[in-house]
Design a binder for this molecule. Structure first.
Ligand SMILES: *Cc1c(COP(=O)(O)O)cnc(C)c1O
Length: 485
């Protein structure tokens, strides 16, 4: 018997009934799961999680979507980490807005690819309209442009790639080894990684000192810019961070812009975290000066409440994107007048992630997104007061955006003992599935970190997590003194 010439497992008119039932079954499965979620994690260990997956024989399909979903629950969903849970406060993962999930239906089924006009048609212009709108929010002029990327790391890489090629064509006269990148020590690690990928080496990124509030110190930056010139080195770019990953600090953008202009240096603003302030009615002013950047990273899958992945790189002047362009005869030949987004992108085949932001803005509007950002910033400010008042918890710094960096350290405890407890407290909270918190190092010390990105979380939710840290810290102290006794 020949196979049916029109298989029903492919998306299209013949498969549409099966498509609808596959989607219904999947949505119902997820809904039934999420209704019963009662914590951010189950505390499964890597050993347990890997065993569940390893036991699946990929050569023997279960043959039925319902069965496969049940199996998927066992290997993945049942122990998933849920970012919508108020006790999830680890990394920069927000709960996602529903219009973006509706958009995912179209993004994956229609499966447009954003590289060329003939693979996306209206999608090209949806993305361009969003880019233009974002550039206007930044305060760029009519020459601005940009492109969606897979994340902040990719956006930063592309920005530094453009800056590198601009510097090589200009002041560095083709000499890669003369290039340096200046960024505060709190800038994201993707800056070093990009420098390595771009052939400069991670050592080409020079750390600019920060002030007591952990913002880049412009006086130190000026000294470094002047010093580089004296020894024949070229400051290829200054990376200003608008919302550092750990502390949420926003570097002084106007002062940095002035110095970049004076020294003829590319200014990149990494607003992967702080980018959501662009749509905040009340806090937008904190990004003043961003309009003087050459390039800006925003990450929609952080403070715009979008599903992974969605980010954009925006540039002040569209001609700066020329360094990304490459013309292939089969795709986007030189002289082709049609609009091809691949000319601006490091990727070729690329998801239509822009549609998620589009449906979000068209359904909920930008103010709601901005208000959500304000909500989590305010939540962090109030929670910080609880932290200050807590006898056993020590804050590192008042929050700039929506992170709280702190540790368990009762009055008599040494710094070393406090360091040692940080990973233990974090692990205990995960093991019990009670709360997910992050950890980091600053000034040579270990700290816990809460990243608040859930606008539905209440003060009681956050103070609950802080109190839990205090209680677990006490518990571990008692356990340890028994141990040593
Ligand atoms: C998260 C983050 C990045 C990296 O973004 P991804 O989307 O995770 O690649 C870059 N810069 C800053 C400041 C960030 O917080």
């Amino acid at each position: 018997m020949p196979l049916s010439p029109r298989p029903h497992h492919l998306f299209g008119p013949d498969g549409v009934d099966d498509y609808v039932s596959a989607m219904r079954v999947s949505v119902d499965h997820l809904a039934a799961t999420v209704r019963h979620v009662d914590g951010p994690a189950t505390g499964t260990s890597p050993e347990q999680a890997s065993k569940l997956v390893a036991d699946v024989d990929l050569d023997r399909p279960v043959g039925d979507l319902g069965e496969a979903l049940a199996e998927m629950s066992r290997v993945y969903l049942d122990d998933a980490v849920w970012f919508h849970e108020p006790a999830y406060a680890a990394h920069l993962n927000p709960p996602v807005v529903l219009p973006a999930l509706a958009a995912e239906v179209f993004v994956s089924a229609v499966n447009s690819s954003m590289d060329t006009f003939d693979q996306s048609v209206g999608g090209t212009f949806v993305e361009r309209h969003l880019v233009d709108w974002t550039c206007a929010r930044i305060g760029f002029g009519p020459e601005a442009d940009g492109v969606f990327t897979s994340g902040g790391s990719a956006s930063n890489l592309q920005a530094l790639h453009l800056a590198r090629d601009a510097a090589l064509a200009g002041p560095a006269r083709g000499q890669l080894h003369r290039l340096r990148v200046l960024a505060s020590a709190d800038a994201h690690f993707s800056v070093q990684k990009s420098a390595r990928l771009l052939g400069l080496g991670a050592e080409a990124v020079l750390p600019v000192p920060i002030d007591d509030d952990r913002r880049l110190d412009p006086t130190a930056l000026e000294r470094m810019l002047a010093g580089l010139g004296e020894v024949g080195l070229v400051p290829m770019a200054v990376v200003a961070t608008a919302g550092t990953t750990d502390f949420g600090a926003i570097d002084p953008l106007p002062a940095i812009a002035g110095l970049c202009a004076a020294y003829g240096t590319w200014m990149h603003v990494d607003a992967a975290y702080g980018g959501g302030l662009l749509v905040s009615p009340r806090l937008r002013h904190r990004l003043d000066g961003i309009e003087r950047a050459d390039s800006v990273t925003v990450d929609h899958h952080k403070t715009w409440f979008q599903p992974v992945s969605s980010s954009a790189l925006l540039v002040r002047d569209r001609s700066l994107l020329v360094h990304t362009a490459w013309h292939a005869d089969y795709l986007n030949p030189a002289g082709d007048e049609r609009p091809h987004q691949v000319d601006k992108s490091l990727q070729t085949t690329r998801r239509f992630d822009a549609l998620k932001l589009w449906l979000t803005l068209r359904t909920l509007g930008p103010d709601l997104i901005g208000t959500h950002v304000e909500t989590v910033v305010d939540l962090a400010t109030r929670s910080h007061r609880h932290l200050v008042a807590h006898p056993d918890l020590e804050p590192a710094l008042a929050p700039h955006l929506s992170t709280l960096v702190f540790r368990f350290r009762p009055p008599s405890m040494t710094e070393d003992d406090a360091d040692a407890l940080v990973p233990q407290i974090r692990q205990t909270l995960y093991d019990r599935g009670q709360a997910l918190v992050a950890a980091t190092r600053a000034d040579g010390r270990d700290w816990l970190k809460l990243t608040l990105l859930n606008p539905a979380a209440t003060d009681a939710d956050v103070t609950g997590v802080l109190d839990l840290v205090g209680a677990v810290g006490r518990e571990l102290l008692v356990a340890e003194s028994r141990w040593s006794a």
